[in-house]
Design a protein. Sequence first.
Length: 84
Amino acid sequence: MKLAYKNVTPEVYAGLKEEMNKIGVSIEGDKGNIATKGIKGSFDRDVDKHTLEIVIDKTPMLMPRSLVANQITNAIKRLGGEVV
């Protein structure tokens, strides 16, 4: 599942990282892999264009990808970012 966002300013990104930590997912830097708490995927932030792409490849059986995607999307919107 691929998620794409725009208007991801440094403040929005910092807030998203805090929200992700609440569900046990740590995001460090602007690009990398996600492999924690049974969630596997990757993320890529373009600092100049204020965009962020997140790919969710796998989630635990009791945590559907759509649930994780909704949590990320809701956090981005609440913080001022937008879905592409």
